[in-house]
Design a protein around this ligand. Structure first.
Ligand code: GLC
Length: 676
C-alpha cells in the first residue's frame, strides 16, 4: 500500500505536457496521426547518436544471404529466448532458439553449487544442438545471456563487486571499465557470451527496490559509467571489440525505469518527454554511443503505455531517431503485460519493435507457434520479422559467433582459476574502498588504531550474503551462507586480520555482548538482501517498527563505548536515530565479496599511518526525513540531510551533531509486519 502521491509541480506539468503524445499512442503502441504531428515537435529531443560501431558491408551482405534462405520457422526461432529451466537440449536441437538465458537463481541442473565446468558443459550442449541442422535445418549458433550485474553473480566462487550504487559513489569510470573487463573474463570462463548489463537506471525515488542497481540520481554519472561498462564488457569499437576476451552487453531497462511514480517497480513513469531524455536516457546516450549491441525493454510504462508495446519509444525513438542497429530484448515475459497480450501471444510487442521475446516458463512453445501464425495471418509483417532477425544476426556476426570455437573450446572456457582470481578480488577490494562514504566522524574517531580491543557487532559483521545484497548466487540474495562464497572476506574477517596482525584483539559478537570490555565497537548493520519489487518500500525509515540495530548502538553508547557504524544498504535511508547514536557512520552500500576493503579504510596501518583515506562521495542525496524519497540534485527546493557529492575525508570537520530530528513523521499505528 503506497502513500497516495500528490502530483508535484514538475509531475503535473509533465503530465499535462505529455498527454498530447499519450492520447495519440493507442494501447498497442502504434502511433496515430496526432502522434505523428507530435513527433515533429519532439524531433529535437532525441539526437542521432554517433555510434562507434559502424555497419560492415560484408556483414550486411551475409545477413541478406541468410534471410533469403531461412524459413519463417527458423526466423521466429531466432526471436524466442527461453530459460534454461524450461527447455532441454533436444528442444534446442528441434527449434534452434536464437538465444536462451538463465534468470537470477537459475543454475545448470538446478544446482546452486554447479561448478564452472557444469556451466561450460550446458553452454556446449545447447550450442552444439543449435548448430545441428538435422531437425530444424539451421546451423545458426545460439547464445547464452546472463545477469552478471556485479560480477558473475550466479556462480559460486565468482568475484562479486560492490553493487552499482557503491560504484557510483566511487565515481571512477576507469575502475568501472576494469571491473567490466574482469566480469567479462569470469563470464567467459563459464562459456557464456552475453551479459544483461549495465543497468543504466537514473534513480529518482529511492523507495524503488532496484535503487542499488543504479549508479546515481545524476544522469551524467550514469552516462559516463554506461560507456565505460560497455567498453569493458565488449571492448572498444576501435579496439578488441567483441574479441574472444569480450562479451555482448545490454543497456537496460529502456526507458525510464528509475523514474516511476512512488518508485513502484514496473510502475508508471509520467515524466515529460524532455525529462525522459534529459534524465533517463543518458545511460543509452553513453552506452549505445560506445556500441552496446543490445537494449532490454523495461517493464515500466510511460504515461500508462507499457514500454514493451510502445512503438514510439522502441522503434521511432531508439532505432529510427537515435540510430540503434542492434536488437531489443524483452524482459522476463514483459510482453505479457501489454494490454491485449499474454505471455503466449503478443504481436503488439513485435510490431512495436521488440526483436527477442525473453520468455521464461512454458510460454515459449505457444508463443513460437502463435507468432508464426500471426505472420501468416498478416498481423505481423514479414518485413518486421526480417528486421528483427537482421538485428539478431548482425550482433551474432559482429560477435564472431559463426566463426568462434564452440563454448567449451574458447580461450577462457573452463579456466576455473579465473573465477574469483586473487587479482580480480584485489580490484574488487579497491572498489570497496573507493565506494565507502563517511557521513559522520565525531572527534575524528576514525581511522581507528588497529592495536586495540575492537568489538565487531551487528548482524552484518560476519555475513557475506548481507554485504553482497540481491543478485548474489540466488536472485534475492537470500538463503546463502558464508560457505556459499568461497574466497570471499566478511567485514569482520577483514577487520580481524588487520587488528590481530597489529597486535590488537578483534571480538566478534553479533549481539554486542562481551566479557573483556572493548576499547571501541564497530557495528555492521543494515538492510537484508532483496531484488526488484521485493525491495520496494513505502518510505525510507530503516527498521521501521523494529529498531533492533538502534537498540544495539544505544546499549553500547550507554556503556560508554565509542561506536563506529558501518551501514549496509541498497539505498540512502532515514537513519537519524542511528546517526545520533554513532560516533562515526560509514555508508558501505553493498560491498560484495571483498569485505576487507572496509578494514583498509577505517583502520590505521600497523605504524599508525592512514592506509587509505575515504574518497567516496554520495551519488544519491541522503534524506533528512523518512518520506523524503525523491530528493534529487537540481530540485528547486533541494534540502537533503546530506547533499549529492557529500563525503568526509580524514581530518574534515564533522558536520552532523548528535541531535538530528528522530521523529519519522510516520503514523506507526497502521504498521503491519509487511512494512518492516
Ligand atoms: C529480471 C530483470 C532483468 C533481468 C531479467 C533476466 O526480471 O528485470 O533486469 O535481466 O529478469 O534475469
Amino acid at each position: 500500500m503506497k502513500t497516495p502521491f500528490s502530483l508535484n509541480k514538475i509531475a503535473r506539468a509533465s503530465l499535462i505536457a505529455s498527454l498530447g503524445i499519450l492520447a495519440a499512442c493507442s494501447n498497442d503502441g502504434t502511433t496515430t496521426p496526432e502522434a505523428n504531428n507530435a513527433l515533429s515537435k519532439t524531433e529535437k529531443i532525441w539526437p542521432k547518436l554517433n555510434i562507434a560501431v559502424k555497419q560492415d558491408p560484408e556483414i550486411e551482405a551475409k545477413i541478406a544471404d541468410y534471410l533469403k534462405t531461412m524459413t519463417l520457422e527458423q526466423k521466429v526461432a531466432q526471436m524466442i529466448q527461453p530459460e534454461i529451466r524450461d527447455i532441454t537440449v533436444e528442444d534446442m536441437r528441434k527449434y534452434g532458439f536464437g538465444s536462451y538465458l538463465n534468470g537470477g537463481g537459475a543454475f545448470p541442473n538446478g544446482d546452486k553449487h554447479a561448478t564452472p565446468m557444469d556451466w561450460v558443459k550446458l553452454a556446449e550442449d545447447f550450442y552444439q544442438a543449435s548448430v545441428d541442422d538435422s531437425i530444424d535445418g539451421s546451423k545458426i549458433p545460439t547464445m547464452w545471456g546472463t545477469d552478471a550485474v556485479h560480477g558473475h553473480n550466479n556462480v559460486i566462487g565468482a568475484t562479486l563487486f560492490p553493487h552499482n550504487i557503491g560504484l557510483g559513489a566511487a565515481n571512477n569510470p576507469a575502475l568501472i571499465e576494469q571491473i567490466a573487463a574482469i566480469t567479462a573474463v569470469e563470464v567467459m570462463a563459464t562459456g557464456i557470451d552475453w551479459v544483461f548489463a549495465p543497468t543504466v537506471a537514473v534513480v529518482r525515488d529511492d523507495r524503488w527496490g532496484r535503487t542499488y542497481e543504479g549508479y546515481s540520481e545524476d544522469p551524467r554519472i550514469v552516462r559516463d559509467y554506461s560507456a565505460a561498462i560497455v567498453n569493458g564488457l565488449q571492448g572498444k569499437a576501435d579496439g578488441d571489440f567483441l574479441s574472444d576476451k569480450r562479451v555482448i552487453s545490454t543497456v537496460k531497462h529502456f526507458l525510464g525505469d528509475g523514474g516511476t511514480v512512488d518508485g513502484d517497480d514496473q510502475g508508471n513513469n509520467i515524466d515529460s518527454e524532455q525529462d525522459l531524455f534529459d534524465i533517463h536516457a543518458q545511460g543509452y546516450v553513453g552506452g549505445l554511443s560506445a556500441g552496446s549491441q543490445s537494449v532490454m525493454a523495461s517493464f515500466n510504462s510511460w504515461h500508462g503505455v507499457k514500454n514493451h508495446g510502445n512503438k514510439y519509444l522502441l522503434t521511432d525513438v531508439l532505432k529510427t531517431r537515435m540510430g540503434f542497429d542492434g536488437f531489443v530484448v524483452g524482459d522476463w515475459n514483459g510482453h505479457g503485460q501489454i494490454e491485449g497480450c499474454t505471455n503466449e501471444s503478443c504481436a503488439q510487442a513485435v510490431n512495436a519493435g521488440l526483436d527477442i521475446f525473453m520468455v521464461p516458463t512454458g510460454a515459449w512453445k505457444p508463443l513460437y507457434e502463435n507468432t508464426i501464425a500471426q505472420v501468416k495471418a498478416g498481423e505481423i509483417s514479414m518485413s518486421r520479422i526480417d528486421d528483427a532477425v537482421s538485428r539478431i544476426l548482425r550482433v551474432k556476426l559482429r560477435a564472431g559467433l559463426f566463426d568462434k570455437p564452440s563454448p567449451a573450446k574458447r580461450q577462457f572456457s573452463g579456466k576455473t582459476e579465473l573465477i574469483g582470481a586473487q587479482q580480480h578480488r584485489e580490484v574488487a577490494r579497491q572498489a570497496v574502498r573507493e565506494s565507502l562514504v563517511l557521513l559522520k566522524n565525531k572527534n575524528n574517531i576514525l581511522p581507528l588504531d588497529a592495536n586495540q580491543t575492537v568489538l565487531i557487532a551487528g548482524d552484518g559483521a560476519d555475513n557475506i550474503g548481507k554485504q553482497s545484497g540481491g543478485w548474489s548466487i540466488t536472485w534475492q540474495g537470500t538463503n546463502n551462507k558464508n560457505a556459499d562464497f568461497p574466497g570471499a572476506t566478511s567485514i569482520y574477517a577483514g577487520l580481524e586480520k588487520q587488528i590481530t596482525e597489529a597486535g590488537g584483539r578483534a571480538i566478534l559478537s553479533v549481539d554486542g555482548s562481551y566479557e573483556q570490555r572493548p576499547d571501541v565497537a564497530v557495528v555492521v548493520f543494515g538492510e537484508e538482501p532483496y531484488a526488484e519489487g521485493h525491495g520496494d518500500r513505502d518510505n525510507l525509515e530503516f527498521e521501521r517498527g523494529n529498531k533492533k540495530s538502534l537498540a544495539l548502538l544505544k546499549s553500547l553508547k550507554e556503556q560508554g563505548i565509542a561506536v563506529v557504524s558501518v551501514f549496509i544498504s541498497g539505498r540512502p535511508m532515514w537513519v537519524n536515530s542511528e546517526l545520533n547514536a554513532s560516533d562515526a557512520f560509514v555508508a558501505a552500500w553493498l560491498p560484495g565479496t571483498e569485505g576487507g576493503g572496509i578494514a583498509d579504510v577505517i583502520l590505521k596501518a600497523k605504524d599508525g599511518s592512514i592506509q587509505h583515506d575515504f574518497s567516496g562521495k554520495l551519488s544519491f542525496s541522503w534524506p533528512k526525513t523518512a518520506v523524503q524519497a525523491t530528493v534529487n540534485k537540481g530540485d528547486d527546493d533541494y534540502s537533503p540531510l546530506l547533499p549529492y557529492g557529500f563525503g568526509l575525508t580524514y581530518g574534515d570537520k564533522n558536520v552532523l551533531a548528535d541531535n538530528l530530528d528522530e521523529d519519522s513523521k510516520l503514523d506507526n499505528s497502521a504498521l503491519t509486519s509487511m512494512d518492516i
